[in-house]
Design a protein around this ligand. Sequence first.
Ligand SMILES: [Zn+2]
Length: 123
Amino acid sequence: MSTSLLYHAFGVRGSRLLRTVLLNGEVLFEIEEQRDRLECSCCGSSDVIRRGTVTRFFRSVGIGSKPVTISCPIQRVECRECEVVRQVKARFADPKRTYSRSFEPYAKEHCRTLPSRRLSSRT
Ligand SMILES: [Zn+2]
């Protein structure tokens, strides 16, 4: 898959697709973000020290009936300004989210079409 398709179909830009895996009916894209510089996700400073990576998994828009997950190693950095160790921001997902930005409108639309549940009252 090209980087252009990753961007236009899944909102993932500035990344390279390493591998596509079809496992238990799900599609897994293993990607690697390409960065020229790293920034602290807390204060934005570029005065940071690399402190390893953590592989994170993000739900994304499905392909047909197959769910899609994007896995990506996220760089951890120690900031010399605010003295915290944090993950840098993923370009395609908001902080502390387990889904991509492209998935959010899809999920909202899907939830809107679900029948609402009635809550029972005990009065
Ligand atoms: Zn900082």
